[in-house]
Design a protein around this ligand. Structure first.
Ligand SMILES: NC(=O)c1ccc[n+]([C@@H]2O[C@H](COP(=O)([O-])OP(=O)(O)OC[C@H]3O[C@@H](n4cnc5c(N)ncnc54)[C@H](O)[C@@H]3O)[C@@H](O)[C@H]2O)c1
Length: 377
């Protein structure tokens, strides 16, 4: 058995996203990586050589090496999430899983209950709700900067990805962007969470999802999964939000909160440093207008380490694992709880599977809104 450093994680799955985690972890010098496993030996070797990490050559060896209570990051492909997370929870390990928690609700529920039975923590990505942009937006809403929020529009359109030069996209240690897997899993299961987490963190659980989804570009590398979805979310707290996901419409990651005094806006979902702006509403002569250039909302405190890159790589992927380590050390509930992960999974799958018949579905799971980070209170 390995004796892990006081604050450490181990990693299963070292493909494209694992390099983004490693870059993020370099911004948290106090967190070590104990060991790594991937069932592709060549990928495991390339990743461990690149980052100078210890490798385990099988899953049983990986699990045996770790004392109970260690934290594992499950960065495998979505169809392996359930099996890998279950093996780790059964071994008494805490798990932070990439999204989605599981590809169906029965499996997600089983993992949620298994974590509780084994008294270990279970959380899932994305963790950008813990980041500066999301926390600033939540702060602005709590402090009534735009007045009472009445409606939210959130867009997660990524551009026409089937025509992007993704064959050239490689991670730091040489993993190709997994286009086939991304298209098969679908942009809703992959991306809806980027804004769902912000909304659930701020407004609490979604009561009802009314949604539709479709595949509009079937002639791409892998087909059979919706590449467009739109949902109206009715929150228990009364908030109503519309969320759109696609890998077809022009890139648009705006989130707008329409309030009584004006609009709060963020233009980037993946950049923790993205500006949150307030656009005051006013009347000029007989016209109703909104300030075209907003006033930036600032927290006025140091927040968290940033990863100075662009696109998805501008996100600090380590914020979730670090929150879990902090919660374990401080003996408090983790902001990314297993209830939060389960609820996120249910809402996401309801939207993804809505199809052309549409869904109007009451959610069966619940979670609390998230406690703000200490620097955003
Ligand atoms: N690609 C991105 O930009 C991106 C961004 C954020 C999150 N994610 C998420 O990260 C996760 C992984 O995506 P990725 O892009 O790194 O995929 P990837 O295919 O590049 O890497 C996944 C790795 O997991 C390994 N793996 C799969 N099943 C395994 C198993 N049973 N045991 C051990 N290893 C196994 C594969 O061999 C591969 O090396 C997904 O959940 C995805 O949604 C991806």
């Amino acid at each position: 058995m390995i004796k892990p450093a006081a604050r450490s994680v181990s990693i299963i799955g070292c493909g494209f996203v694992a390099d983004l985690y490693m870059r993020s972890l370099t911004a948290h010098a106090d967190v070590a990586v104990t060991q790594v496993y991937d069932h592709d030996p060549e990928r495991l070797r390339a990743f461990c050589d690149h980052w100078g990490l210890n490798r385990a050559n099988s899953l049983p060896r990986f699990l045996k090496n770790l004392p109970r209570g260690s934290l594992v990051l499950n960065l495998t492909n979505p169809d392996a999430h359930y099996e890998i997370t279950r093996a780790c929870l059964e071994a008494g390990l805490h798990v932070y899983s990439e999204k989605p928690l599981a590809m169906d609700m029965a499996q997600a529920l089983e993992l949620h209950d298994l974590a509780a039975q084994n008294d270990v923590q279970l959380a899932s990505a994305p963790c950008s709700a813990l980041g500066e942009a999301a926390q600033t937006l939540s702060y602005a809403i709590r402090n009534d900067i735009a007045g009472t929020p009445r409606l939210i529009y959130a867009e997660l359109d990524d551009g026409f990805i089937p025509q992007a030069p993704y064959a050239d996209w490689k991670s730091d240690s040489g993993a190709p962007w997994p286009a086939r897997d991304e298209f098969t899993v679908g942009c809703t299961a992959e991306h809806a969470g980027y804004y769902l987490t912000w909304l659930i963190a701020t407004f609490g659980a979604v009561r009802r999802v009314v949604a539709a989804s479709a595949e509009v570009v079937a002639d791409k590398e892998a087909s059979g999964t919706p590449d467009f979805s739109t949902a109206t979310l009715f929150f228990e707290s009364g908030m109503v939000a519309r969320l759109t996901c696609s890998i077809v419409a022009s890139h648009d990651h705006r989130l707008r909160v329409f309030g009584d005094k004006g609009v709060l806006q963020v233009k980037q979902a993946w950049d923790n440093d993205a500006a949150v702006t307030f656009h005051r509403r006013f009347t000029l002569r007989r016209r109703l207008m909104e300030m075209p250039f907003g006033k930036r909302v600032r927290l006025g405190h140091d927040t968290h380490p940033k990863v100075e890159r662009w696109g998805a790589a501008a996100m600090n992927f380590a914020l979730g694992p670090v929150e879990m380590l902090d919660a374990l050390e401080e003996g408090r509930p983790c902001r990314l709880s297993s209830d939060f992960a389960l609820h996120l999974n249910e809402v996401t799958l309801a939207i993804q599977t809505a199809g052309d018949a549409g869904c109007a579905q009451d959610m069966t799971t619940r979670c609390e809104a998230m406690e703000p980070m200490p620097w955003a209170q």
